[in-house]
Design a binder for this molecule. Structure first.
Ligand code: B16
Ligand code: MG
Length: 229
C-alpha cells in the first residue's frame, strides 16, 4: 500500500519548462548560439542546472573554464528568476491541486522531489505549500536525477520507507531515479508513454484510478507501463 506520493515539480505540478527554455535561449543568444531548439530543451528536462548548461554548450565551438560555466549558469538563473515573477496559482498544471487535496483526504502524505534550487520560491508563488507535507529539492542534494537522492531525502523527510512511496515524474531521468530508489512511479507529461513508469497518464487530471495505484501491493516487479487513464 502506498503511503506517500512524491511529486516532481517542473512538468508535473507546474509548467516552468517554457520559462527554463526562454532563459536558456537568452543565454544562448549572448553566447552566439542561434540554433538552440525546443528539442535540445527537452533533453534538459529534469536534469540539474549545470547538466543543462552542458546540453546547451554542445552547440558551441568554444571551450569554457569551470569558472566561466559557473557564471553562465548564474546568468541563466537570473533570467529564469525574473521570468518566475510571472507565475501565479493559475500556472498550475491540470489536476495538480485536486490530486494533492484528494491524496491528503485519503491520509496519503505528499512531498515535492525536484532538482530545482528555485523550488521553494516556485511553490510559494503557485500557492501549493499548504498542500505539501515536505519539500526536497536541489538545495538538499548533491547528486542529480537519475540518482535517487532527491526522492530518498523526500521519503526520509516524510518519515516513510522509500518502498511505500510513489514518484510522479515527467522526465526519463526522474523515472530512472525512482527505480533506482526502489519506488514505484507515475509517468506524466508529453513523453508519458515512453518513460517506462509503473503507471502512466497524460497529466494528473487524467489519472482515474488513484485507489488502484494507492492500494497496489508493494513489489518491485510490478508490470511497467500500466495505463491508468
Ligand atoms: P534550477 P524538476 C528541474 O525541475 C527542471 O526540469 C530542469 O530543467 C532544471 O534544470 C532543474 O530543475 C534545475 O532547476 O535551475 O531552478 O535549479 O523537473 O526536477 O522539478
Ligand atoms: Mg520535471
Amino acid at each position: 500500500m502506498i503511503q506517500g506520493v512524491i511529486f516532481d515539480l517542473d512538468g508535473v505540478l507546474v509548467s516552468t519548462d517554457e520559462l527554463h527554455y526562454q532563459a536558456w535561449k537568452m543565454l544562448a543568444g549572448e553566447l552566439g548560439i542561434h540554433n538552440f531548439t525546443k528539442k535540445d530543451n527537452e533533453r534538459q528536462r529534469g536534469i540539474s542546472r549545470m547538466a543543462s548548461l552542458e546540453v546547451l554548450l554542445e552547440k558551441s565551438t568554444r571551450k569554457f573554464s569551470a569558472e566561466e560555466k559557473e557564471e553562465m549558469a548564474e546568468q541563466k538563473n537570473n533570467y529564469y528568476k525574473e521570468l518566475l515573477k510571472s507565475l501565479t496559482p493559475d500556472s498550475l498544471l491540470p489536476g495538480a491541486k485536486e490530486t494533492l487535496v484528494y491524496l491528503r483526504s485519503k491520509g496519503i502524505r505528499t512531498a515535492v522531489g525536484s532538482a530545482s534550487k528555485n523550488a521553494p520560491e516556485i511553490l510559494k508563488r503557485i500557492g501549493l505549500l499548504p498542500l505539501l507535507d515536505q519539500v526536497s529539492c536541489g538545495l538538499d542534494t548533491t547528486k542529480s536525477k537519475p540518482d535517487p537522492e532527491v526522492f530518498l531525502v523526500a521519503a526520509r523527510k516524510l518519515g516513510l520507507p522509500a518502498q511505500v512511496c510513489l514518484v510522479a515524474e515527467d522526465s526519463a531521468a526522474g523515472i530512472q531515479a525512482a527505480k533506482a530508489g526502489h519506488m514505484t512511479s507515475l509517468a506524466v507529461g508529453p513523453l508519458y508513454q515512453q518513460l517506462g513508469g509503473t503507471w502512466q497518464a497524460r497529466d494528473l487530471s487524467a489519472v482515474e484510478n488513484w485507489e488502484a495505484i494507492i492500494s497496489c501491493p508493494i513489489s518491485w516487479k510490478m508490470p511497467e507501463k500500466t495505463n491508468c487513464m
